[in-house]
Each structure stands twice: as structure tokens, then as C-alpha cells.
Design a protein around this ligand. Sequence first.
Ligand code: FSO
Ligand code: SF4
Length: 547
Amino acid sequence: MFCFQCQETAKGFGCTLKGVCGKNATTARTMDLLLFVVRGISVVANQLRQHSLPVEKDVDNFIVDALFCTITNANFDNESIMKRIDKGWEIRDALKHQASAQNIPLPEADELNWKGSHNDYDAKAATVGILREKNEDLRSLKELIIYGLKGMAAYLEHAMRLGHNDESIHRFMQNTIAQITTKSLSADELTVLALKTGEIGVRTMALLDKANTSSYGNPEITRVNIGTGTRPGILISGHDLHDLEELLEQTKDSGVDVYTHGEMLPAHYYPAFKKYTHFAGNYGNAWWKQREEFTSFNGPILFTTNCIVPPLPNATYKERMFTTNSTGYPGCKHITADEKGHKDYTEIIETAKQCAAPTEIEHGEIIGGFAHNQVLQLADKVVEAVKNGAIRKFIVMAGCDGRMRSRDYYTTFAEMLPKDTVILTAGCAKYRYNKLGLGDINGIPRVLDAGQCNDSYSLAVIALKLKEVFGLHDINELPIVYNIAWYEQKAVIVLLALLSLGIKEIHLGPTLPAFLSPDVTKVLVDNFGISGIGTVESDMKKFGLMN
Ligand code: FSO
Ligand code: SF4
């Protein structure tokens, strides 16, 4: 196996024996084969579209799900990946049949022709992974684009589940994958394609924002309880609000409470979910603390998306773990939707009824709900605070949290920030500083949480609005510094999206991606001023934040 798609990759180089995330070598290779299938399907689908022929919705759905399930920590269930591969061959061959019936010529590519039995999969997979591209810079750019597309697929899937779709995004994804598969693109051409991926990433996040806000209202300032009640609970983690809605509906008279974990916390900010009195609060912290926190939660856990941490062999909660959508874990019950898209959570609810109430690990409240609509309602107050010097700078500290000790940097950084600065956050990175009690500036909290990682879109909307209000020509003239933490591939699409919006001088940590070759890193440094992080003190000085 070889995988270097996430920040925690082994030795900052690549996982070769087993993933630091817990993914084993066989599953890593099976995922490589699934991506091979995705490439074949994309080539044929793209070719049909180029000839103005229709492509079935199933193709779009398959590609989105397949990309999503290969994201870090989403799916550890080899069997479910194998099933996707088998279905993929059928889709590819049906598309080929369609092409041949219409005399559409197809390019030469192994991805279009190979087929073998399950016994052949592992050997084939070993030849079609990341290292198939021998040129380090081309490999770096191709993987940068593919990881961006994986993040895009995740956000698109959430929007689609709420009935919002955009054919142009699917077309872009499949066309991009087809180009990477069949064309000999130069480094310059791939760089352009990476930026284009960011541009479509903005479109995808805007689509998801519309899907979420038109379904559940605009997030608003909300105090979220972090303590526990006395009734048994169900913990829902991940990012999918549609799953949450169905779970809340089905649990409302059950005597069971629903708590959020990790990235599901921002669900509390949406008006539509406030009517559920049993939507009890947020339990715990970011994804990587789940081994301890799921143990003390005592009740069942539903994973709607990544990040799953493989439970230890003696974990008491494994029988209480349920997965859905693109996620999977061997031995855990997977909940699928019926043909109308409806999921039945009876088994989770019945499991919860047999469990003790959650053990309280924290007490109090956290505040959030500062997505674009809410912040723009406060715009006068914010602009006034900037003009009169009460707010000197905004620090965008969005992105992901992770296990590495080096991420303590973000807590220290937040603690050391001067009192006239405001943190704008989104994603699970917030757990490094959202319970520090950093206070407020004239009633504006010093940590403004816009929501999930996809709500980084909100931060871009806020920045663009401020640029307009202050009459600036360039978004980079705003008093905003970007100190972003990344972990997995959704952060890659967020980064590409910010670059496509012209945002420069982004600091990315705790380490730069291993998949960026020295030459590609140089392009990003020269053109966008991207850099890593240093020590808290040196970065404070660099950002002009030392008092
Ligand atoms: Fe975090 Fe995991 Fe949202 Fe990621 S829970 S790390 S970028 O999946 O998606 O922020
Ligand atoms: Fe390693 Fe990250 Fe890939 Fe897991 S996702 S195998 S930790 S690089």
C-alpha cells in the first residue's frame, strides 16, 4: 500500500504497511482499485457527455459515494468497498455498451478494459495506486486534484440528500478525472485544473449552504449544553443534517435523548432542530477523542460520515456503533435507506433504551451559530468595532483537529492572541479553543463558530462582504490572517476554494501535506504565499499580533 492523503501520514511521508488511521493494507489497496473503477467510469461517461448523450443519475451517485468512502477515516469495511467495485464494473460496462451502440470512440486506457475475479483484485490493486505516476510533481498535482474532488464529493452528497443537485459539478468531476486518466497533462495544465477544482469547490459549498439553510433555516447565535441529562442517549457524529433530522423525528417520543459529537455540533445552531426538546446537547470533543468519549457516553453511536477511529479490541462500545451513507466498519451494523431515501433507526433506538444515561464529562455551555447570515446581521457592530480599533484583527482558524501533539500549538495560539482579536472558525479545529472562555469584544464573542468544515464557505462570504463594506479592492487588504489546520481531504477542497477566491498568505499546519512535492510547494509559495506554521511566538510576530 501507499497512501499519503492525510496530515497524519506515517513519518510525514506516506503509510506503507498500515495506515496511521487504522486502515489496513488490503483495504488501502481495495480503495486504490475502487478509484481505478471510478476513473474508467468517468472516462466513458465524459465521452458520452462530450457527444451530448445522457448519462444516468446512477453514475453520478456512484462516483460521489465511491470518492467519499475513500476519504480518511470514512470506511474501514473492505467487503463494502469490494461490493462497490463489483457494481462499478457493471456501470462501466453498461456505459461502454451505450458508447458502442452509438459508435462513440473511446480512448485507450486499462481502466476501460480490465476485469478480474475477487482473487485477482489485490494483485491488480497493487499496480494502480498513487505510485503508478512516476513523475513526482505530476503525481503531486494529480493527487492534490483527486483529494479536492473527494472533499467536493462529500459536500455534494450532503446537498444531494437534501434534494439539491447541480449537474455541472458532476460533469466537472468526471471530466477532470477523465483528463487525469487519459491525457498527458503538463504541470502547468494540472495547476490550472487544481485551481478550477477550487472554483467548483466554492460552487459546491454554496450549494450545500443553500441546501442546509433552505431546509433548516439560517444558523443563529445559540448556546449549546455540553452537560448530560438523566435519560439514555444516542450520539450522532459526522456532518449529515438529513440523517439527524430523521433521527430526531423517530426518537421524539421514545424517551431517548439525542446528542451531537464532533462535527455534528453546529446542527444545534439551525432553527429547525430547536423544536426537538430531546435534542439534548453536544457530548465531548473532536473525532479523535472518540475512544474515551464513546465509552463514557454509554449509548449507541451513529456515524453519518467520517471520522471513525477504529475501536480498540476491548472497546465496550463496538456493538453500539452504527454506520450509514459512505461510512463503514467491519462488524458494525450499517443502516441503508429504502428506495424513497428513508432510514429506519428502530434498532438504534431500541439499543439506546437498554443503555445507561451518558456519564457527564463536562458541564456548561458553548456558543456558536455565526454563519454568514448571522454575522451579516451583526455587520454594523462588527464594522464599528473594526473602525474604532476595538477589533484589530480577525484570525481564521478553521479546519480540522487531529491527534498529533503538535496541534497543541492551536490552543496556545488562541490563548496568546491579543484581546482585540477575533477568531473565525469552522470545522472540528474549533475544539482546540472553543472552551477556553476567551470572552467578547463589545458583546461580540472572540470565537465566532460558523459551523462545520463546509461552512468555511460562510467565512469566505463574510470576508467578501467586509471587503465590500470597507470599499477595498482586494480581499487580502482586510485585517484577516489565515492560520488553518488541516487533516483530511475535505480540508483540501476548502484550501483550493480559498485559493480560487484569491486569498493569499494562508498558513497551513500543523505540517504541510506530504503529497505536495518540493516543486509544487514552491509554486504555491510563489503564487499564493502559502506557508507552514512556526512556533506560536514567531507566528504571532509574523502576523503582527505581538502587543
Ligand atoms: Fe473534522 Fe473529520 Fe469536518 Fe474532516 S470530523 S476532520 S475536514 O472529517 O470533515 O472537520
Ligand atoms: Fe495513512 Fe492518512 Fe492514508 Fe490513513 S488516510 S493510510 S493515515 S495517509
